[in-house]
Design a protein. Structure first.
Length: 87
């Protein structure tokens, strides 16, 4: 990246450009939607590939893991939000 190659000035020009703020906002929301879609598709896949009583247990476990991981990641998302939107 530009930062790793000593091109800090060029990166900061890019980072502070008005059109880049809109791009960062859109990319951030797309990233969040992609993560949640992946988690939801995993839970739905577990439900569809299981059968009987195991279906409900496996789906419950996968859903619980999805919810817990969302709670754990909320602090990281908060930090990223501050950096992207309040910079």
């Amino acid at each position: 990246t530009a930062l790793g190659q000593g091109l800090d000035k060029e990166f900061l020009l890019f980072w502070n450009a008005p059109h880049c703020q809109t791009l960062r906002n859109t990319a951030f929301y797309s990233f969040l939607a992609a993560i949640q879609s992946f988690k939801l598709s995993f839970v739905m896949s577990v439900f569809l590939k299981s059968d009987g009583k195991h279906r409900w247990v496996a789906t419950g476990v996968a859903g619980s893991i999805m919810l817990v991981s969302s709670l754990v990641n909320s602090k990281l998302i908060g930090i990223a939000t501050d950096l992207i939107f309040h910079n």
